[in-house]
Design a protein around this ligand. Structure first.
Ligand SMILES: [Zn+2]
Length: 165
C-alpha cells in the first residue's frame, strides 16, 4: 500500500501517472513509431483510435486535439496511458521531456527543413483564407517561408505525412 507521501508525489506529475503495461499496436507502425490504421482510406493514428474507442467518441470529435502518451511510448494503444490535450500541451510536454526532435523526420527531410512539423500543424490551424493577419502572406512572413509554401501546406499539397499526433 502506497504511503501518503508517495501518492502526493504521484499527483504532482499527473501526466505521467498511468496504470498497467503498454499495449503495443500490432498493425502498421510508422517511421516515428506511431501505430497507424486506415479508416475510409485515410490514415489515422492507432492511439487516437484507441482513445476514441475507449471513450465512446468519434475521431472527428477530437480532430482539433492531440492524444498524448503518458508512457511516452508512441506505439502504445493502452487507453489508460493516453491523455487528451491541446497542441500547446503537447509541445510543452515534448520540451519537458527533451524530445523536441525525432530521429526520423520524413517531412522535414524533404527540402522544407525550415519548418518543423509542429509549425505545419500551427500554420494549418492559424490560416484564415483572405485574412490580413492570418492569410498566406502574413503566415509566410511569420514563419519566414514563401507564400507558395504556406499555400502548399494549407492545401495539404505538401507535408501530407504530417497529421496531428
Ligand atoms: Zn503505454
Amino acid at each position: 500500500m502506497a504511503k501518503l507521501a508517495d501518492k502526493q508525489e504521484l499527483f504532482s506529475h499527473p501526466d505521467d501517472v498511468y496504470v498497467g503495461e503498454c499495449v503495443i499496436y500490432t498493425g502498421y507502425i510508422n517511421k516515428r513509431g506511431y501505430g497507424q490504421k486506415h479508416i475510409s482510406r485515410k490514415p489515422h493514428y492507432a492511439h487516437r483510435i484507441a482513445y476514441c474507442e475507449a471513450n465512446g467518441i468519434s475521431l472527428d470529435s477530437i480532430k482539433d486535439l492531440v492524444v498524448r502518451h503518458k508512457c511516452d511510448n508512441p506505439s502504445c494503444v493502452n487507453p489508460d496511458h493516453l491523455i487528451i490535450g491541446t497542441v500547446a500541451d503537447n509541445n510543452r510536454d515534448r520540451s519537458r521531456r527533451g524530445r523536441n526532435s525525432y530521429p526520423d523526420r520524413s517531412g522535414e527531410k524533404n527540402g522544407m527543413a525550415k519548418l518543423k512539423e509542429c509549425d505545419v500543424i500551427c500554420i494549418r490551424r492559424e490560416y484564415v483564407r483572405g485574412s490580413v493577419g492570418n492569410g498566406l502572406r502574413s503566415l509566410a512572413k511569420r514563419y519566414g517561408v514563401s507564400t507558395t509554401m504556406i499555400a502548399d501546406i494549407v492545401n495539404h499539397r505538401n507535408w501530407s505525412n504530417v497529421s496531428e499526433v
